[in-house]
Design a protein around this ligand. Structure first.
Ligand code: S3P
Length: 426
C-alpha cells in the first residue's frame, strides 16, 4: 500500500439528498463464513465490496467453499471444508483472521494465517487463548501473526468468559463450536455487536443472547438467502457531515439499525443532532431503517460504557462531531481503539490537532474542546486507516479543504466513498 498512494483533497460543502452507502462489512464477513459452514447453496445480496470482505471471500474459497456471482448476487456452496495448503492472507482485516481462526479451530482443520504490516501488529492472544482452552493448538509469534491453528473435530461445549467485550472474540468462540457436542455459553459481553448470533439463527441455529451472555446449542446449519443492510459505520460519516454542516438535509436509505451498533445514533442525538428514524423494519434477522438527518447546533457530551462498545468504530467520526460542537466532549473506556487498524486515539488526536482543535489524549479516550476547526497546514496522515481517511473527509465539510495522504485506503470498507460523498455535496 505504501508504494502507490495518491493524495486526495476533500472540500467544504453542504450535504443534501438521498444516499445508499456500502453493504455492512461485519454482516458480510459473517454471511460468507456461515454460508461456508452450512450445507447447501446460500444466496447473499448487497455484499460489501471492500477489500476486507474480499479477503474473507478468498479465504473461504481456500477452505473449500465454492463462491460465484451472477448479477450482483453472491452464491456460496458450503458444508465440506478442507485444510488449505496456502497461508490464509487476511490482509488488513482483523475480522477475517479472528473469526476464521475460530472456524478452523472447531472444524478439525489446520491453517496458517497471516496479514499485512498493520494486522501483524494487532493482538491475537485474545483469540488464541479461548481456542487453546477448547482443545485447539494455536501458535503465534508472541501473540501476533503469523499464526497456525490446528483444530479439533466436535469439541465439547462449555463456558467461556470474554477477556473484553469484543464481538470478534465472541464470534470466534461461536464459530469454533458449530460442530460441538453440547452447548456453549459465553459470558462477560457488554452489548457488543450480535451479528454472528443473528446470522447463526438465520441459518437454523438454536441460540439465545441478551447483550451480557450467549447460549448456543449447536446443530447442523442449513443454507439461507439474505440481503445485507447498508453499513451504519459507513453511514456515520454522512450523518456527522450533515449534522455539522449548516444547511444540510440528508436521508440514508436501508441502513442497519441493530441496537448493538446504534451507539453513534444515541451519541449524536444526545449532542443535539436533528435525526429521525423512518421506515423501520427487519430484513433477514437484522433491523433496518432510513436515517434522516438535518444540520443543527451540537453540544459536548460524555461517551462511555456500553455506548462506546456500541459505537466502537464510530469514535473517529464522533470525535469530528465533538470538534464542531459547543463545549467539551469526553470519550472514556475506549482503550481498545489503540489496537485497531491504527492507534485511533492517537491518530484522531493528530487529525483534530492539525485542524486547530484542542484535544487531550487520555489513556483510554479523548477530551475534545469543540469549536473552530480549520483547514490543516499540510497533508493529513491517514496511517493507512480507512476510518481516519473518511473522518478527515467529514471534517472538511465545514473546516475547509483537507488533503489526505492515501486516497485508496477507503477501499478497505467503502469503495466509491469519495464519489458518493461528492454526489451529495453542493
Ligand atoms: C467487529 C468488531 C469490532 C470492530 C471491528 C469489527 C466485528 O472489533 O471494531 O471493526 O465485525 O466483529 P472488536 O471485536 O475487536 O471490538
Amino acid at each position: 500500500m505504501k508504494h502507490d498512494t495518491p493524495h486526495q483533497t476533500f472540500q467544504p460543502g453542504v450535504l443534501r439528498g438521498r444516499v445508499t452507502v456500502a453493504g455492512d462489512k461485519s454482516i458480510s464477513h459473517r454471511a460468507l463464513m456461515i454460508a461456508a459452514l452450512a450445507r447447501g447453496r446460500s444466496e447473499i445480496r448487497n455484499l460489501n465490496r471492500g477489500a476486507d470482505v474480499a479477503a474473507t471471500r478468498d479465504a473461504i474459497v481456500a477452505l473449500g467453499a465454492s463462491v460465484h456471482e451472477v448479477d450482483g448476487v453472491v452464491y456460496v456452496s458450503g458444508g465440506k471444508l478442507r485444510s488449505p495448503e496456502e497461508t490464509i492472507d487476511a490482509r488488513n482485516s482483523g475480522t477475517t483472521v479472528r473469526l476464521l481462526m475460530g472456524l478452523v479451530a472447531g472444524s478439525g482443520l489446520r491453517a496458517r494465517f497471516d496479514g499485512d504490516a498493520s494486522l501483524r501488529r494487532r493482538p491475537m492472544e485474545r483469540i488464541a487463548a479461548p481456542l487453546r482452552a477448547m482443545g485447539a493448538q494455536v501458535t503465534t509469534i508472541e501473540g501476533r501473526l503469523p499464526a497456525v491453528v490446528e483444530g479439533v473435530l466436535r469439541p465439547s461445549g462449555g463456558t467461556f468468559n470474554l477477556p473484553l467485550p469484543s464481538a470478534q472474540v465472541k464470534s470466534s468462540i461461536l464459530l469454533a463450536h458449530v460442530s460441538a457436542t453440547s452447548a456453549v455459553r459465553i459470558t462477560g459481553d457488554l452489548y457488543s455487536r450480535d451479528h454472528t448470533e443473528r446470522m447463526l439463527r438465520l441459518f437454523g441455529a438454536k441460540i439465545e443472547w441478551n447483550g451480557r451472555e450467549v447460549t448456543y446449542h449447536p446443530s447442523p446449519l442449513q443454507a439461507a438467502t439474505l440481503t445485507v443492510p447498508s453499513d451504519l459505520s459507513a453511514a456515520a460519516f454522512f450523518l456527522v457531515g450533515a449534522a455539522i454542516t449548516p444547511g444540510s438535509d440528508l436521508v440514508l436509505e436501508r441502513v442497519g439499525y441493530n441496537p448493538s451498533r446504534t451507539g453513534v445514533i444515541d451519541a449524536l442525538k444526545s449532542m443535539g443532532a436533528d435525526l429521525t428514524i423512518e421506515n423501520q423494519q427487519e430484513i433477514d434477522g437484522e433491523p433496518v431503517a432510513d436515517l434522516h438527518i438535518r444540520s443543527s447546533k451540537l453540544h459536548g457530551v460524555t461517551i462511555e460504557g456500553d455506548q462506546v462498545v456500541r459505537a466502537i468504530d464510530e469514535v473517529p467520526v464522533l470525535a469530528v462531531a465533538a470538534a464542531c460542537a459547543q463545549g467539551t466532549t469526553v470519550i472514556r473506556g475506549a482503550g481498545d481503539l489503540r489496537a485497531k487498524e491504527s492507534d485511533r486515539l492517537k491518530t484522531i488526536a493528530e487529525l483534530l490537532t492539525n485542524c486547530g482543535i484542542e484535544v487531550e489524549e487520555l489513556p483510554d479516550g479523548l477530551r475534545i474542546e469543540g469549536g473552530g476547526a480549520r483547514s490543516p497546514q499540510g497533508v493529513i496522515a491517514t496511517h493507512d486507516d480507512h476510518r481516519i481517511a473518511m473522518a478527515a473527509a467529514t471534517l472538511a465539510a465545514v473546516a475547509g479543504p483537507i488533503e489526505i495522504d492515501n486516497a485508496r485506503v477507503v477501499d478497505i470498507s467503502f469503495p466509491g466513498f469519495a464519489a458518493l460523498w461528492k454526489s451529495v455535496q453542493t
